[in-house]
Ligand binder design. Structure first.
Ligand code: SF4
Length: 276
């Protein structure tokens, strides 16, 4: 079911965040040792570390996790223990889900303009444990996370700006290389990170030339990354789900969802601009 998660994030990031097993572990041990809340500094560096984890772990599927079950299982156990330990030391989701989780940046990017309102089933009442919490306000989470730099092109130099600008290229890089042996790990990182770097430079050029605001640029980047993911990934997902009609049976509905999401997000952003 994991390949369907990106589409669910476009509908609402709360769908996944309400059922994510790592969030369950984080909240299961919630505050057993301490109830530390996030400082702004902790939120910034832990978020950046989460992005580094994502960039390290996803390409590793190509030379390790896609073919080596024990290695994948061991990694899942380590991440699960991390969620438990950080959950015990911090209040609510402040230690893992809203900090170190490798998927958090993707949740922020795809969840910036949800199609549906979904309630937060995890927090009975809000203790304001975290900065820029997606569960509280998905539409505002990126602006709160980036801060005032969003008003100029300097937002593209923030850790989240670099991640978002490079993400479509990262997705393209992942899908344009085959599974290889462990010995070819460096070639995989060179390929995927090379495309990510090229994607970032293209983003930088286009945003500068067209003078795109941060919100319009992020909507386009999210739509492009999700579109690339389903264009390339749909055949494998359809096979995994046993859909007899093949890749196109999933590719076109997924791309339609992405386009509808982008159109709705642009329309909302336009209304916001008119109001202000
Ligand atoms: S909704 Fe409130 S308590 Fe729950 S994770 Fe977000 S900031 Fe923390």
């Amino acid at each position: 079911m994991i390949p369907l998660v990106p589409a669910s994030l476009l509908v609402s990031p709360l769908i996944w965040r309400n059922v994510c097993p790592l969030a369950t572990l984080d909240l299961w041990s919630n505050g057993r040792l301490a109830r530390t809340q996030q400082s702004r500094r902790f939120a910034a560096w832990s978020g950046a570390l989460g992005m580094v984890l994502l960039v390290a772990l996803v390409p590793a599927r190509r030379f390790l996790f896609n073919t080596n079950g024990p290695a994948l299982a061991a990694t899942i156990v380590i991440v699960a223990l991390l969620a438990l330990a950080l959950g015990a030391a911090f209040d609510m989701k402040a230690g893992f889900c809203n900090a170190l989780c490798p998927i958090l940046s993707v949740e922020r990017l795809y969840g910036q303009s949800p199609l549906l309102h979904v309630s937060n089933a995890r927090c009975a009442s809000c203790s304001l444990c975290s900065h820029a919490c997606i569960d509280l306000a998905p539409e505002k989470a990126i602006a709160q996370h980036i801060g005032p730099s969003r008003r100029t092109i300097s937002w593209l130099g923030s850790p989240f700006g670099v991640f978002a600008g490079a993400f479509p290229g990262f997705v393209f890089g992942y899908f344009t290389i085959e599974d290889v042996s462990l010995a070819a790990a460096d070639a995989v990182y060179f390929h995927v990170l090379g495309w990510a770097a090229l994607g970032y430079l293209l983003t930088l050029a286009i945003v500068s030339l067209l003078r795109l605001s941060y919100d319009r640029a992020l909507m386009a980047l999210a739509a492009l990354a999700a579109g690339l993911y389903y264009w390339f990934g749909a055949p494998g997902i359809a096979e995994g789900l046993g859909l007899a009609a093949g890749g196109n049976a999933l590719r076109f509905p997924a791309l339609t969802l992405v386009l509808v999401w982008w159109w709705r997000a642009e329309r909302r952003a336009f209304r916001r601009r008119v109001r202000t």
